[in-house]
Design a protein around this ligand. Structure first.
Ligand code: 13P
Length: 246
């Protein structure tokens, strides 16, 4: 059976002292987990977190990566730069980047390509807004978002991780029910299988108000292979409980 993946997404939170405290508490409690564990930290703290996590089971992730290789792109961080800091995963296409930074499906697909080209696993986020769900467009939206990544990456798509994050569930305390999440995951799994013979090894994560109380029921669904955790990843006890549930 493939190992589940529990990835914390700190978003724009933390500082030197808080990061150290959080990671030390996570490392003290994580033991030898049955799942893969990663933390996606603000880029300013990659070096700090790389050194705190050195030699541990917890892997380092970035929250974004540039669609460009190098050059005159002020403020951007390339996949090669992330590699310098031992980054193993990079989130691409988080709904907050799509929403606040106007990232298109095509830009997200290019970011995934850049990450893969440097040996970094992209965690490709897809998900519908509340308006889209209520209009019955959930499947259409997530399939469109994923299709762009499949188109740009061909057979390499079997190397990605996908996170289904319904926008209405992010930071709202409103979690998708395990059945709602499973339904969308099954659609994404079928789409990936049609694109790659190795699609079974792709981890499909759920994200959106996953917490210590609801993680076990979400993670017990057949096509939910892990979680992308926002708020609950900022508290060591909650993050550790979710890791234990996986
Ligand atoms: P919350 O867990 O805070 O809802 O955030 C989910 C998320 O966006 C993870 O990427």
């Amino acid at each position: 059976m493939k190992k589940k993946l529990i990835a914390g997404n700190w978003k724009m939170n933390g500082n030197l002292a808080a990061n150290e405290q959080l990671l030390k508490a996570v490392l003290a409690g994580v033991g030898q987990p049955a799942c893969r564990v990663a933390v996606s930290v603000p880029s300013a703290y990659l070096a700090q977190c790389q050194s705190l996590l050195a030699g541990s089971v917890v892997e380092l992730a970035a929250q974004d990566v540039s669609a460009y290789e190098s050059g005159a792109y002020t403020g951007e961080i390339s996949a090669l730069m992330l590699r310098d800091f031992g980054v193993r995963y990079a989130i691409v296409g988080h709904s907050e980047r799509r929403q606040y930074h106007g990232e298109s499906d095509e830009a997200v697909a290019l970011k995934a390509q850049r990450a893969l080209g440097c040996g970094i696993t992209p965690i490709v986020c897809v998900g519908e807004t509340l308006v889209e769900r209520e209009a019955g467009q959930t499947v259409e939206v997530v399939k469109r978002q994923l299709a762009a990544v499949i188109r740009a990456n061909g057979h390499c798509v079997s190397e990605i991780v996908v996170a289904y994050e319904p926008v209405w569930a992010i930071g709202t305390g409103k979690t998708a029910t395990p059945e709602q999440a499973q339904d969308v995951h099954a659609v994404l799994r079928a789409q990936l299988k049609a694109a790659s013979p190795n699609a079974d090894r792709i981890a499909l994560l759920y994200g959106g108000s996953m917490n210590a109380a609801n993680a076990a029921s979400l993670l017990s669904q057949p096509d939910i292979d892990g979680g992308l955790i926002g708020g609950a990843a900022l508290k060591a006890v909650d993050f550790l409980t979710i890791i234990a549930a996986a």
